[in-house]
Design a protein around this ligand. Structure first.
Ligand code: ADP
Ligand code: MG
Length: 220
């Protein structure tokens, strides 16, 4: 279970302090698929970064499977993240001089898993890109690049997949394809948290964020 308990988060920008999250309370059960929606600037990425242990809240706690992330130091959090989180960012960059499979293997090696090559091929198969393993990024479409991002996020078999607007720059067909892949991964028993502001992509449990507060929830 993931528990965000009364989370506050601000950024300091020059002399200005920007309050972004104001008292977020959220519980996510193991194996849930949660869509986080809300307008741009509402704090979706900020919240996902806290849930992924990339950043820490000003106050409040994030507790994941009994572990309180804000009580870990940054090295401990990094290690925990490598073992437990698959993160799919909004802006994804592949290393241009490495092949598709080598780009996935980077993460496999960082997470120190055995058989990084086999695991990378298996991850590519799950996103339908096994046949393009030896291509270079310049030979891929935008949708395929995002699928490599998913392969890289799942290669180390993390329990929790966090996707921050992974479909933002894709056409409708590719957007739907990415969400279908995430649903397939969810079906294999993962917890998936997806941020999107495309209403038609919101699936399962939908949590709406406005101005750093959760304003509602529904199921679709
Ligand atoms: P969303 O993902 O919903 O678009 P974000 O979490 O990215 O929202 O941003 C929420 C607010 O926090 C915005 O006003 C944004 O400008 C601000 N913000 C985000 N990251 C930073 C940062 N590193 N420094 C300063 N302000 C930030
Ligand atoms: Mg964002």
């Amino acid at each position: 279970m993931i528990i965000a308990d009364n989370i506050y988060k601000s950024y300091t920008y020059g002399k200005q302090k920007i309050e972004v999250l104001h008292g977020i309370n959220l519980k996510i059960n193991k194996g849930e698929f949660v869509t986080l929606t809300g307008p741009s600037g509402s704090g979706k990425s900020t919240l996902l970064n806290l849930l992924a242990g990339i950043d820490v809240p000003d106050s409040g706690s994030i507790i994941i499977e009994g572990k309180e992330l804000s009580k870990m130091n940054s090295d401990e959090r990094t290690k925990w993240r490598k073992e437990n989180i698959g993160y799919i960012p909004q802006f994804f960059y592949l290393v241009p001089f490495l092949t598709v499979i080598e780009n996935v293997e980077i993460m496999a090696k960082l997470a120190k898993i055995n058989n990084s090559k086999e695991a990378s091929l298996e991850a590519l198969e799950k996103v339908g890109l096994k046949d393009k393993a030896k291509r270079y990024p310049s030979e891929l479409s935008g949708g395929e690049i995002q699928r490599v991002a998913i392969a890289r996020a799942i290669v180390h078999n993390p329990k929790i997949i966090i996707a921050d607007e992974p479909t933002a720059f894709l056409d409708i067909k590719n957007k739907q394809n990415i969400v279908e892949i995430l649903l397939k991964i969810w079906n294999e028993g993962k917890t998936v948290i997806l941020a999107t502001h495309d209403a038609f992509l919101a699936k399962k449990r939908i949590v709406e964020l406005v101005d750093g507060k959760i304003v509602g929830e529904r199921y679709a």
